[in-house]
Design a protein around this ligand. Structure first.
Ligand code: NAD
Ligand code: MG
Length: 385
């Protein structure tokens, strides 16, 4: 390879962002970092900027901008703050591929701006497709942009589809670890604390997605994400609990054959695959040993105890702006749970109540999504006392 892939890392201080920088550090001949952007963790952003020498650094929290500028005075880097700056830097000529790894609805605007500028996207921010999957995939088609999945399940499906060209998919199975409360019943979950919910058995991730994994909303969001990435109907997407998290997902073709992608759980692999696609580049990630996993097991998800997954299928069937509302209500409910304002079991209730109230729009525009997000946040907030 003569030319490096020039990256913009949005959400560089998060779980995905820091692992993406590990991938870059291991392959300096393949990748360069042109843009680093983060929410408010200014100390880590400064360290990253000094180490990876990007052209642009953006911090969303403008109260930290002066500190960032002072710390990077000696560096050859342009430093900006705020939402608009984020939208501007992803369009820069020096960027080939944007890693969308901001958490939540906050990642939507910059991802859309990057697509409209013709940048390839490595998509970790699943909420982008949950909120506005139809719009975002249409834009990607129009601007000739590929959306490379970073979510491990979707990367697995994407890897299984390599070489299948026009062979139709009969069905996909998204695997779920089941989270920290697998096997529990509703009555067991009444008093669970955020510390318990934040202890994921197999993956170390940001707080929001870890709570989403505990409620199974993460899998619900992934069902919706899969629909848009792979053009599937809801009936073609199934979820199977696989507690060992070794099979990252499976595709079933029309001849009944199934392909699975396996490996030890490590997000650096899907990140690296999205960055280097279609090539596989070397890694020193720990390798799978069969003797450590004498049995891989599978279970049906418990939809009674974890109704969030059910809610996701409902909004998928409803279409329009329904999933946008579900996502907004979930973000409010998870944040309230993380601030000890509500109990764990209130999360699905708030989502169901807020989603039921929104003004339904069958074919939303970008502005409609923005309005729906705000409306659903208001309804969800009103449920929190
Ligand atoms: P995280 O909370 O660890 O990191 C989020 C990053 O986004 C941070 O750098 C933060 O500073 C930045 N950020 C937050 N709000 C921002 C804003 N308004 N403007 C700019 N930057 C902002 O989250 P994470 O676990 O890394 O997850 C990121 C995304 O990737 C989520 O959408 C998540 O669902 C998805 N994802 C994560 C994992 C994982 O293993 N962590 C796996 C699959 C998918
Ligand atoms: Mg996932």
């Amino acid at each position: 390879m003569s030319e490096k892939t020039r990256l913009a890392i949005l959400g560089s201080t998060g779980s995905i962002g820091t692992q993406a920088l590990d991938v870059v550090a291991a392959h300096p001949e393949e990748f360069s970092v042109e843009v680093l952007a983060a929410g408010s963790n200014v100390d880590l952003l400064i360290q990253q900027a000094i180490r990876f020498k990007p052209n642009f650094v953006v911090i969303h929290d403008t109260s930290k901008l002066a500190q960032l500028k002072t710390a990077l005075e000696q560096e050859e880097v342009k430093v900006y703050g705020g939402e608009q700056a984020l939208v501007d830097v992803v369009q820069m000529e020096c960027v080939d591929l944007v890693l969308a790894a901001i958490v939540g609805y906050a990642g939507l605007r910059s991802t859309i701006a990057a697509i409209k500028a013709g940048k390839q996207i490595a998509l970790a921010n699943k909420e982008t497709l949950v909120v506005a999957g139809e719009l975002v995939t249409e834009l990607a088609r129009t601007y000739g942009v590929n959306l490379y999945p970073v979510d491990s399940e979707h990367s697995a499906i994407f890897q299984c589809l390599a070489g299948e060209f026009h062979n139709p998919i009969e069905k996909i199975y998204l695997t779920a670890s089941g989270g920290p409360f697998r096997g529990k019943k509703r009555s067991d979950l009444e008093g669970v604390t955020k510390t318990q919910a934040l202890k994921h058995p197999n993956w170390s991730m940001g707080a929001k997605i870890t709570i989403d994994s505990a409620t199974l909303m993460n899998k619900g969001l992934e069902v919706i994400e899969a629909k848009w990435l792979f053009h599937l109907s809801p009936e073609q997407i199934d979820v199977i609990v696989h507690p060992q998290s070794i099979i990252h997902s499976l595709v079933q073709f029309t001849d009944g054959s199934m392909k699975a992608q396996m490996g030890l759980p490590d997000m650096k692999l899907p990140i690296q695959y999205a960055f280097a696609y279609p090539r596989r580049i070397s890694s020193d990630f720990p390798r799978f040993d069969f003797m450590n996993y004498p049995s891989l097991t599978f279970e049906k998800p418990d939809l009674e105890t974890f109704p969030c997954l059910q809610h996701a299928y409902h909004v998928l069937a409803r279409g329009g702006n329904a999933a946008c509302a579900l996502n907004a209500a979930n973000e409010i409910a998870v944040d309230a749970f993380l601030h000890d304002k509500i109990h764990f079991l209130q999360i699905p209730e708030i989502i169901a109540n807020a989603s039921a109230k929104i003004t339904f729009i069958a074919k939303p525009t970008y502005e409609d999504y923005v309005a729906t997000d705000a409306e659903a946040r208001r309804y969800a907030q009103a449920e929190i006392h």
